[in-house]
Design a protein around this ligand. Structure first.
Ligand SMILES: [Zn+2]
Ligand SMILES: [Zn+2]
Length: 444
C-alpha cells in the first residue's frame, strides 16, 4: 500500500468504526425510545397542558441519572448532567400536540379528545412530530449518560411546552431558564418533517425559517342604512381597498428577490345585507427572512391602512395590533459547517444535505435571542418509497399539522438519535472559548 492509500484506509476505517459504534449504542437504546414514542403518540396533550407528557419524560430522565427540575415556565422541564469541566450544551424538545383529528389509520393512532382553552372539546394529535423529538431526546440522554468517557462538560436537556402557540420558550426564559440553570454555549434542536426521506438530515446555515407577525386591524366607519350610503362611511369598502393595496407591498415596494408574504386570513364585518356596519376587522400573517424587510413591510401595512381610512374620511384612525410575533431562527454558518462533518461521519455522507430556509416559524429563536448560538436542523421523516413516488408524480406527502402526518418512525427515530448524539459529542469535546470564537448569534 502506498502512503496515500494507507491514510485513506485509516480514514475510512475510522469513519466505519464511528458509524458502527453509533449504530450499536443507538440499537440498544432504540426499543425503549420506540415504546416511549408509541405511548406519547397515543396520549397527546395540548399546548400548555402537557402535564402527563412532562412528568413521563422527567421520570425517565431522572432514572437515566439526570438532575431534573419540573414546572419551569409552566410544564417545562430541565434535566442536567454534569461531567467535568467543559462547555454547556443544550438540547431542546417540544412537549405539545395539536388540536387535529388523526386520520392516518395507524394502529396506534390517537383517539384523544380534550378541552381547549376556550372550553371546546377538540381532538388531539401529535401532528407535528414532537413525539419523535421527545423519544429521540430520551434515547440520546441515555446514550450520553452511559458514555461519559466520550465527552466532558454539562449536558442540559429541556422539554419545552407550548411551542405551537409560540409561548413556551419565552415562559421558560422568564422563569429563569438561563439564570437558575447554566446558560448554554450552544443550543441544539431538530425538527422532523416529510420534506426529506427518513435516514437523512438537512442543515441550513444562516436563516432557517421566517419571522412571523400576526396583525389585527380594525377599520372604523360610520354605520347606517344600506340604501343611504351617503349618510355613512362604509368600512367594508375601506377594507376592500386596503386589502388590494396590501398586494402591492411585496410586488412593488420590496426589492425583487427578498422574501416577503402578506396574507389577509380573515375579514369580518357586518350582519345583514342592508346594513352598513360601523367597523370591519381583518387578520394578517406577515412572513419575512430579514429584519429590515420585516420592518419595511410592517411600516407599509400601517401607512396604507391609515391612508385608506383617511382617504375615505373615516371618523377614527384604524387600530393596528401586532398581537403575536416570532423571530426567524438563525443558524450560525460556521457552527453549521463545523457540525456537518460529525453528522456525515455518523449518518454517511449522502445522508446529510444542505437546504435553504423554510417558511413555518417557531420559538426556538427566543433562546438564540438570549445570546445562545443555535444549531437547528431538519430530520427526514418520510417513508423513502412514498417520498420517491411523490417526487416522481409531482405531489407532496402530508405536511406537519396534517391529520395524515405519519413519519416513518423506525428509521426517522434511529437517525434522530444518531444525529443528536453525534452533534452533542462533537460540541462537548470543544472548549467553550473555541465555541464562542466560532459562533455568532445574530444574523449579519
Ligand atoms: Zn407545529
Ligand atoms: Zn413542530
Amino acid at each position: 500500500m502506498t502512503r496515500r492509500r494507507l491514510v485513506l484506509f485509516a480514514l475510512l476505517t475510522a469513519v466505519a468504526c464511528a458509524q458502527s459504534r453509533s449504530s450499536k449504542e443507538v440499537d440498544s437504546a432504540f426499543p425503549e425510545a420506540k415504546a416511549f414514542y408509541l405511548d406519547l403518540h397515543q396520549n397527546p396533550e395540548l399546548s400548555s397542558h402537557e402535564t402527563q407528557t412532562a412528568s413521563k419524560l422527567a421520570t425517565r430522565l431522572r432514572a437515566a441519572g439526570y438532575d431534573v427540575t419540573e414546572h419551569v415556565g409552566g410544564t417545562g422541564i430541565v434535566a442536567i448532567l454534569k461531567n467535568g469541566a467543559g462547555p454547556t450544551i443544550m438540547l431542546r424538545t417540544e412537549l405539545d400536540a395539536l388540536p387535529v383529528e388523526e386520520k392516518t389509520g395507524l394502529p396506534y393512532a390517537s383517539k384523544v379528545h380534550a378541552k381547549d382553552d376556550a372550553g371546546h372539546d377538540v381532538p388531539v394529535m401529535h401532528a407535528c412530530g414532537h413525539d419523535v423529538h421527545m423519544a429521540s431526546l430520551l434515547a440520546t440522554a441515555e446514550i450520553m449518560a452511559r458514555s461519559r468517557n466520550t465527552w466532558h462538560g454539562t449536558l442540559m436537556l429541556i422539554g419545552q411546552p407550548a411551542e405551537e402557540t409560540i409561548g413556551g420558550a419565552k415562559a421558560m426564559v422568564s422563569d429563569g431558564l438561563f439564570a437558575r440553570f447554566p446558560k448554554p454555549d450552544v443550543a441544539v434542536a431538530l425538527h422532523v418533517g416529510n420534506e426529506l426521506p427518513a435516514g437523512m438530515v438537512s442543515i441550513t446555515p444562516g436563516i432557517y425559517n421566517t419571522n412571523a407577525d400576526s396583525i389585527r386591524i380594525t377599520i372604523y366607519g360610520k354605520g347606517g342604512h344600506g340604501a343611504a350610503p351617503h349618510t355613512t362611511v362604509d368600512p367594508i369598502v375601506i377594507a376592500a381597498r386596503t386589502i388590494l393595496d396590501f398586494q402591492t407591498i411585496v410586488a412593488r415596494e420590496i426589492k425583487p428577490g427578498e422574501m416577503g408574504v402578506v396574507t389577509v386570513g380573515y375579514v369580518h364585518a357586518g350582519t345583514k345585507n342592508n346594513i352598513i356596519p360601523d367597523e370591519a376587522e381583518m387578520g394578517l400573517t406577515v412572513r419575512t427572512y430579514k429584519q429590515e424587510v420585516r420592518q419595511q413591510i410592517l411600516a407599509s401595512i400601517a401607512r396604507i391602512t391609515k391612508a385608506e381610512a383617511a382617504a375615505a374620511n373615516a371618523p377614527r384612525e384604524p387600530a393596528i395590533d401586532r398581537y403575536e410575533g416570532a423571530d426567524a431562527v438563525y443558524n450560525d454558518p460556521k457552527l453549521a459547517e463545523r457540525l456537518r462533518a460529525p453528522l456525515e461521519a455518523a449518518l454517511g455522507k449522502g445522508n446529510v444535505v444542505i437546504e435553504g430556509p423554510i417558511s413555518p416559524s417557531e420559538d426556538f429563536s427566543v433562546f438564540v435571542e438570549q445570546g445562545v448560538p443555535g444549531f437547528y436542523f431538519s430530520l427526514g421523516g418520510a417513508d423513502p418509497e412514498k417520498y420517491s413516488q411523490a417526487k416522481a408524480s409531482g405531489t407532496h406527502l402530508p405536511s406537519n399539522h396534517s391529520p395524515f402526518f405519519a413519519p416513518d418512525v423506525d428509521p426517522a427515530l434511529h437517525t434522530g438519535i444518531t444525529a443528536e448524539v453525534a452533534v452533542l459529542r462533537n460540541l462537548l469535546n470543544t472548549s467553550p472559548e473555541e465555541l464562542h470564537k466560532l459562533a455568532a448569534t445574530r444574523q449579519p
